[in-house]
Design a protein around this ligand. Sequence first.
Ligand SMILES: [Zn+2]
Length: 464
Amino acid sequence: MKKTLGPSPWAAAACATTVVALGVPGLARPAQAEQVTQTVDPAIASAVKAISPARVQADIEKLVSFGTRSTLSAQDTTAISAGRGIGAAREWLKTQLEAYSQECGGCLEVKTDEFVQPVGARVPQPTTLTNVYAILKGSDPESAKRIVLVTGHYDSRNTNVLDTTGAAPGANDDASGVAVSLESARALSKLKFRATIIFLTVAGEEQGLDGAKHFAQMAKEAGWNIEAVLDDDIVGGDKSPGQQADIVRVFSEGMPSAADEKQLRVIRGLGGESDSISRELARYVVEVGGAYSPGVKPLLVFRLDRYLRGGDHSAFNDQGFAAVRFTEYRENFNHQHQDVRSENGIEYGDTLKFVDFGYVARVGRLNAAALAALAAAPAPPPAVKVITTNLDNNTTLKWGASAGASGYEVIWRETSAPTWEHVKSVGDTTTTTLEISKDNVIFAVRAVDKAGHKSLPVVPAPER
Ligand SMILES: [Zn+2]
């Protein structure tokens, strides 16, 4: 069902524009609806299976063994050799990442981002903070500039956020997220990817997202092209009644915190409130979950974070990066930010006994599959535009060629739909016209390579 149109005012340079007819003209639904999914790459599927509950358990137990990982706790050599405090945790993280690197012939570059956090409301004296991370460099210099990142915070706290010595096991918050970063590093370092993957663990979250803020700002200033940030914070699957051990929430901001007034006007005018780059990332995670079946289903939550709470993903959002937060389905607040104790038969504290290591491993597999799918994919198409020269019930899209792409897909959904509903493969072209009104649906374009890896989708900007 293809026909060719003659020259049109909005495709003057081309001798002809292919119009893709999809069932009844003007309706959103094509005659044969295809599912908007991700393609399973057997190598990725096999690598993520290596993420194991036993390794997760060992990682979390080790982190808890440092007694406290308060950002304000000891980090001198005596404390480090005694295995107590955040300094000991930091050294252990470096050792772990270096061990994974040895297993893959030095494929990981292990680095630290160390800085002095000045005095603030939750930092009584200037304090050295250290983010620890490993880089799995992309396969060639150009594509390696694209970065996808997974992070968790290795600091912990108890009731008093300024307590530097009392027990603060932080098994769920957030040794669980650190275990996801570590296990992703171990599993994915066995493979090679087009883009670069960073496995990050940060300090200072409980003092005010200090580590993540510093890292995101450094990335922004250095001009790093971070396409995706997966922040895992409280993914322990607390074993209290009401938990759904097969669901993980994925939080994403709607209106981008980094948008300027002009961008916000466009979003308001065209109904782009649910199409921030972070939300597209969240939808991508859902597609990966469907394709790779990691044993846990991502539940989209269309808000930045839970009530009264914040997290490191927002530090990346503030710098204009796509970032989402993974958190267990149902939190038990008695087991977070609490001194370990028992009162009136209620147990308080973030201890090992409440963590479901199998759940953490499943969330880890979902994260690793998403990282791998993103890093294996071509770059998202640049300069995606919807032509709005004339009043018209068709839609003409154009975009720039994407490195590594062998073709492109146009995806769309009703404006009221939460996830992408329809997909049309348009081949190796950089423009297409569809007989669907741009006024009635939301479109995006994504790049696809020969093996079927799909990029993040890009929603077009209007072009007159
Ligand atoms: Zn946390």
